[in-house]
Ligand binder design. Sequence first.
Ligand code: UDP
Ligand code: MG
Length: 341
Amino acid sequence: MATTRTAPAPAPSPLPVAEREASPCLDISVVIPLRNEEGSLRELHRQLSEVLGASGLTFELLFIDDGSDDGSDTILRDLHRTDDRVTVVTLRRNFGKAQALATGFDLARGRIILTIDADLQDDPHEIPEFLKTLDTGYDLVVGWKRRRRDRVTRVLASRVFNLVNRVCFGLPLHDMNCGFKAIRREVLGELGLYGELHRYIPIYAHARGFRVTEIPVLHHPRKHGRSKYGLERYLRGFFDFLTSLLLTRFAKRPLHFFGGVGFTVGTIGLAICIVLTLQWLRGNTALSERPLLILGVMLIILGVQTISIGLVGEMLIHREETRSTQGQHPIRALLRRAAVS
Ligand code: UDP
Ligand code: MG
């Protein structure tokens, strides 16, 4: 079985200042996360060069080698030697696709960032359609693998995942986990991507008020190598789902979430205790004979504790917000006269 990761990825170390581009100088950056994809790299490079070359736009291809131990490294060095549009980034070890993407995003110099898997399951010939759709006024275009060429279990799990997300986040996408996306640079500036939250880029973007849409794309079966993910991705996906729910809905107001839960639980506990106390006052039963009392008391304590977590969260956010001098505001356009008379 293919091992995918060894330990949770640490916080990414900041790139040297010289490596970060403050302003984009190319039209397109293609970010390609890869792990052990030696069989596909040359063909992928050929197809991307062909399609993007024909578009007349300036572009770069960023291959992010996420700890490969096959021949990928040799091939990438060769591509870099023969094509100056190719950048190769080799991570110290396997950190997972999210880290590979985050590194690529930081190094990208394009106005538009395209992400595509390295295994040729996504078809580079779809790229013009992505660009056309962005031009109609969107900030993020997500691929929709309408006919998915993966195992049945994967396809079903993905359907459920997408359905739950549609209901919980209100974003009508069929395939938000698709690795094939076109993203305007501004969007990425606002999303802190860590862990495996790359699955939720569309949700975070949508929550920040960016315009998100999808286009159907071709999906090919894997020709070389094997999928890097097994069943464990579903459990991790579930935790990421909870994180995303919290971060998109309640990140700026934790008390609304924890307060709501705590208040409900505490009120139930209080009601139980009041009923038992009234019965005791009427002289019906001694409290020591009412096991329900334990539940009531526990619920009250749990409620108070949950509300307290929300208060601590509010204090943390307050500190964070007052410390940051240039908070990010979800502004699409700003109209202001230069001088005030
Ligand atoms: N990948 C990566 N790091 C990892 C696992 C995967 O960079 O730890 C890359 C992989 O090489 C591929 C893309 O992420 O380019 C999608 O992975 P895969 O094809 O295994 O996923 P699936 O298509 O099965 O969802
Ligand atoms: Mg794949």
